[in-house]
Design a protein around this ligand. Structure first.
Ligand SMILES: *Cc1c(COP(=O)(O)O)cnc(C)c1O
Length: 391
């Protein structure tokens, strides 16, 4: 029997970019169903466990009926205060917990919603290419026009901001930046971020900086916060998250902070969309931020050892690849002449190793693949051995 079609998708859904990893996902699942041993260096999701003291706090808070009711969109005061303390300790940035911090149900939620709060249909949102997908999809869902800012290796994977068309920057309602960067693993300097602030002030649009990887860095390098720049708070906000820092991706806890007007606009939107975060998660988040940071140091040491193993081995095998200073990704040139999608598909087929083709993050990602350092060293070694045999 023919199913009756009872709806047409809203146009905004049809305008979202196609999900480019369908083929690779399908091939991966097929191999796994056949019982093949697939090593997945594709997903950006920590394999390490959430530290025990954070779990303990969740469990204790879950037993208290006072925590079972609706929270507020703006979260409990204690969480906003803990975030303010952490920003002060970590970056020497002062934040008002009442007006300059907004908890989010994972930072992705706030990132994807921000254009809905700032842009009208036809306005421009400036988005890096390659990038974390929600910058682009959030802008599209808001009906905005996405203007891509290529991240090129010769420019340190920072956009050439003053090369953007006047027409685009005049209509811009938001500029997304992300350092340490996913997928390129690049970091930004104060001077680069200052350039963005200068442009934003000249043309009058807000900056949203995503700092999800600020705590994952190597060899003594300390990433900066966008908010450390003196004028940052007058033009922008920073997104942050417990996901990568404390292995809490499934928990959904992050925040936006900085410019009070931007925080208020996003907050106003969110009161109409959600009713806040489960309170035990907020209490556990406080335990994460205020608690012992030993497990974070251990996680960073783990990622660093994995990075060294992967990069040293691939470089020896002739790959054009450098050691990232931050994030848990390695961004490498495709070592053959194949397009990144074909190369990744072949690697999966022949060596049962998943890597993410760079083009999936945007056209300027073509020619690269991204490795995630989220599997144990023995598996990374095995992956490198298989890859070398294949090529
Ligand atoms: C993982 C990631 C996040 C964090 O997302 P959550 O929704 O907080 O889990 C944000 N930005 C980038 C670039 C990421 O890779």
């Amino acid at each position: 029997m023919q199913a009756t079609k009872i709806y047409e998708k809203a146009e905004r859904l049809t305008q979202l970019p196609p999900y480019l990893f369908v083929e690779i996902d399908r091939a991966k699942r097929k191999l796994q169903e056949e019982g093949k041993d697939v090593i997945d260096l594709g997903v950006g999701d920590p394999d390490l466990a959430t530290p025990p003291h954070i779990l303990e706090r969740l469990k204790r808070a879950a037993d208290d009926p006072a925590n079972h009711r609706y929270s507020f969109t703006e979260g409990i005061r204690e969480l906003r205060e803990a975030i303010a303390r952490w920003y002060d300790r970590r970056f020497r940035v002062a934040l008002d917990p009442h007006t300059e911090i907004l908890p989010l149900l994972g930072s992705k939620e706030g990132i994807a919603h921000l254009p809905l709060a700032l842009a009208n249909p036809g306005d421009v949102v400036l988005v890096p290419d390659p990038c974390y997908p929600p910058y682009r999809s959030g802008a599209i869902l808001a009906g905005a026009e996405v203007v891509s800012m290529p991240l090129l290796e010769e420019q340190g994977f920072f956009p050439d901001l003053w090369a953007l068309s006047q027409k685009a920057v005049r209509r811009a309602k938001a500029l997304f930046l992300n350092y340490p960067n996913n997928p390129t693993a690049a970091t930004a300097t104060t001077e680069q971020l200052q350039e963005a602030i200068d442009l934003a002030k000249e043309y009058g649009f807000p900056i949203a900086h995503d700092a999800a990887y600020s705590e994952i860095s190597f060899d003594g390098f300390q990433p900066i916060s966008f908010l450390q720049l003196p004028e940052a708070k007058s033009v922008g906000i920073e997104f942050h998250s417990l996901s990568k820092t404390y292995n809490m991706t499934g928990w959904r806890i992050g925040w936006a902070c900085g410019n009070a007007q931007l925080v208020a606009a996003l907050g106003q939107l969110k009161t109409n969309l959600d009713s806040g975060m489960f309170q035990p998660i907020q209490w556990a988040g406080i335990a994460a931020l205020d608690g012992d940071q030993g497990s974070l140091q251990q996680a960073v040491a783990t990622y660093q050892a994995r990075r060294d193993l992967l990069v040293d081995a691939l470089a020896k095998a002739g790959w054009q690849i450098t050691k990232p200073k931050a994030s848990f990704y390695v961004w490498a040139h495709v070592p053959t002449k194949e397009p990144s999608m074909e190369f990744a598909a072949r690697l999966l087929e022949q060596s049962h190793v998943v890597v993410t083709p760079g083009v999936g993050f945007g056209p300027s990602g073509e020619g690269y693949v991204r490795f995630s350092l989220t599997v144990p060293t023995a598996r990374i070694q095995e992956a490198v051995d298989r890859i070398s045999k294949t090529l």
